[in-house]
Design a protein around this ligand. Structure first.
Ligand SMILES: Nc1ncnc2c1ncn2[C@@H]1O[C@H](COP(=O)(O)OP(=O)(O)OP(=O)(O)O)[C@@H](O)[C@H]1O
Ligand SMILES: [Mg+2]
Length: 380
């Protein structure tokens, strides 16, 4: 199973989640808005209803008063019926019952209106609760969106850089293994073979001496000496490649001079080392780092540039050091190469420069050569 996280997929998921949350937020906002409008029209209805209720209540109060009066009148007329005509009694009775009917109609109306009012008030409370909840949801969604567009959207970058670091680690281990293999092969093919030969030829010399073939033995010894001398040079070169001890013994500039000489032969291009200023006492780690930077630049020139002339410029300033490696080779498209997952030379250079808190600027155009500029602060 492939466990490598595809960052672009993750970015896509986050982007779609953001879109969905944004849409939902808008929808909830719309719901809240229409609830608010509905609430406003309910409030308006309620206001009218309350006015109507108060009018009806006034009317009921007035009717109750009138009814009480008409009842009193009826009682009075009935008690003293000999003082009133029959018509008076009938009118009093009819008046009382008319008011009674009207009063019961208005009471009924009052009750209906109050029921409707209670109903509207309940609806309004529910609507207000809905608006409240919608507003809370919208603000919670804003928080979620904040996370999604803020910290989480950077997760892609973070994972990408973690992936690069992991790949870098693997590449370093691989490079170490290859370096060991290379050194083993060089020792095996060079000094080890020579030593075996030296043992063999020493035995021949021994036998010659036993047989008193002095002259031959002398010649053989001479060749033997030459062989040991060459092996010694080989061993010195191997050691130099591993960690130029000259860096500590002679300093950066002489070591670079020596290294560049060997490169010139290998690359078959003219390489100029130009130095401005005087080399200050540098920390061992800084010297090694600068040496490796030059080494990687020249490796790239050898592998990719096909250059005929290269310039290495080293400038010691008051508080910093600038290094420029420029070639007149084929150059390359920076954008395309940066995306290449199998190139770690440039990445390694960046890491090294970062450790020294310096900066690197790469300039290259296809067909016009390449220029790498390093600025390294010197904390002496
Ligand atoms: N001086 C140069 N001239 C032309 N192309 C270059 C030069 N330096 C780098 N490049 C291009 O940039 C790419 C990246 O270089 P980088 O050193 O990172 O990787 P590499 O040399 O291909 O592999 P590695 O260094 O990991 O062994 C190279 O593959 C090459 O195409
Ligand atoms: Mg390289």
């Amino acid at each position: 199973m492939n466990k490598v996280i595809d960052i672009s997929v993750l970015d896509g998921v986050i982007k779609r989640t953001i879109e969905t949350v944004e849409t939902s937020k808008t929808q909830i906002f719309d719901i809240a808005e229409s609830a608010r409008q509905q609430g406003n029209s309910l409030k308006f209805d309620l206001h009218e209803l309350r006015q109507e209720i108060s009018k009806v209540i006034q009317k009921v109060d007035a009717l109750e008063l009138a009814y009480r009066k008409s009842r009193n009148r009826l009682v009075q007329v009935s008690r003293n019926f000999h003082m009133y005509t029959e018509d008076d009694i009938r009118i009093a009775y009819e008046e009382a019952s008319r008011i009674q009917v009207e009063l019961s109609i208005y009471r009924e109306r009052e009750n209906n209106l109050k029921r409707r009012r209670n109903d509207l008030e309940r609806q309004l409370r529910t609507l207000e609760e809905t608006i409240d909840r919608a507003e809370k949801l919208v603000s919670q969604m804003s928080v979620v969106l904040g996370y999604l567009t803020g910290d989480l959207s950077k997760i892609g970058e973070a994972l990408e850089s973690a992936k690069q670091t992991q790949l870098m680690g693997l590449k370093i281990i691989q490079a170490q293994e290859e370096e060991r293999k290379r050194v083993a092969r060089e020792i095996h093919d060079g000094p080890a073979q020579s030593m075996a030969n030296v043992v063999l030829r020493s035995e021949i010399v021994e036998r010659m001496l036993k047989n008193e073939r002095i002259l031959e033995a002398q010649m053989e010894l001479h060749e033997l000496k030459e062989m040991v001398r060459l092996s010694l040079a080989d061993v010195r070169r191997i050691i130099f490649d591993l960690r130029p001890m000259a860096l500590d013994d002679l300093g950066l500039v002489p070591t670079l001079q020596k290294y560049i000489q060997t490169c010139e032969e290998r690359i078959r291009a003219s390489i100029d080392l130009v130095v401005f200023g005087v080399e200050p006492p540098l920390r061992s780690s800084v010297k090694a780092a600068i040496f490796r930077l030059v080494q990687e630049c020249l490796n790239n020139v050898e592998k990719h540039a096909g250059a005929s002339s290269v310039q290495v410029k080293l400038e010691f300033l008051q508080e910093s050091l600038s290094l420029v490696v420029k070639d007149d080779g084929v150059g390359f498209d920076l954008e395309k190469r940066m995306a290449n997952g199998n190139s770690f030379g440039l990445l390694g250079m960046r890491e090294r420069v970062q450790l020294l808190e310096g900066s690197v600027d790469l300039q290259s155009t296809p067909g016009e050569g390449t220029k790498v500029i390093f600025q390294i602060p010197l904390k002496i």
